[in-house]
Design a protein around this ligand. Structure first.
Ligand code: KIV
Ligand code: NA
Length: 279
């Protein structure tokens, strides 16, 4: 498969072909996503929770994002890669943001960055884009701002809220974002925004009217123990946790009963008999 570029994404959007995106946080999760033919692979700061066991995304450091971006980029041959700018690495000034973005590109080896925020982030998006780094915007539910949003809630439910979202979407487009993630937005609002933009929208919990979709890989592949909460918008396409559990339990049982290793997993004795040397 040919390498996906900004140009490929533009062509898909022009043809109204849905754009596929998924998160990855390390070499194996990127490897499988790339082989499965994803157009975009995102090293989301959701790795704070799904890979590092943190409470929320505000805890993850730029250095940690860079380390994970690097392992994802090594596994990715076709997909276009995006690295999240973590909280604290871009809000202070456009200069701070471009410095962080350059580190994510140079050290993390991904091809673009994502940051959260709408109209208020336009000078920052412009500054990063001017440095030649493609920027993916992210509006609606912005998890880094969960404390000021009052938790994880659907955004743009009121007429005012929907208007604010549209203004944010137009602002990030004007600032030079190559696409915008719409998270937890009513489907009708997301579709309306999509129709009014010239750049693609990538939805997560935003209905089927977006130009593309993104999901967190551990969620969609079912790589979590039974009983864990997953958001309404997630469809569980597999049971990776269940499969790993079965495999590891079978291995454990076979070691305990000495069924493993069997002769076929064992190196035969050498032809020449091993003698004990008498030094
Ligand atoms: O961090 C992440 O995984 C994300 C996606 C959910 C869009 O930002
Ligand atoms: Na994120």
């Amino acid at each position: 498969r040919k390498k996906v570029t900004i140009e490929t994404l533009r062509r898909m959007h022009a043809k109204n072909e849905p754009i596929t995106m998924i998160t990855a946080h390390d070499f194996p999760s990127a490897h499988v996503a790339d082989h499965a033919g994803m157009d975009l692979i995102l090293v989301g700061d959701s790795l704070a929770m799904v890979a590092l066991g943190m409470e929320d995304t505000s805890e993850v450091l730029l250095e940690e994002m860079i380390l994970h971006c690097r392992s994802v980029s090594r596994a990715t041959k076709s997909a276009f890669t995006v690295g999240d700018l973590p909280m604290g690495s871009y809000e202070i000034s456009p200069e701070q943001a471009v410095e962080s973005a350059i580190r994510v590109i140079k050290e993390g080896r991904v091809q673009s960055v994502k940051l959260e925020g709408g109209a208020e982030m336009t000078p920052t998006i412009e500054r990063i884009a001017r440095a030649g780094i493609p920027v993916l915007a992210h509006i609606g539910l912005t998890p880094q701002r969960q404390n000021s949003l009052g938790g994880f809630r659907v955004q743009g439910k009121t007429a005012d809220g929907a208007m604010k979202l549209l203004e944010d979407a137009l602002a990030v487009q004007q600032a030079g974002a190559f696409a915008v993630v719409l998270e937890a937005v009513p489907a009708g609002v997301a579709e309306d925004i999509t129709n009014r933009l010239s750049i693609p929208t990538i939805g997560i919990g935003a209905g089927s009217g977006c130009s593309g979709q993104v999901l967190v890989q551990v969620d969609m592949s079912g790589n979590f123990p039974p009983g864990r909460f997953i958001p309404k918008f997630v469809k569980k396409y597999g049971d990776v946790w269940g499969e790993s559990m079965k495999a590891i339990q079978a291995y454990r049982d076979e070691v305990k009963t000495r069924a493993y290793p069997a002769p076929e997993h064992t190196y035969p004795m050498p032809e020449v008999e091993m003698k004990t040397h008498n030094y």
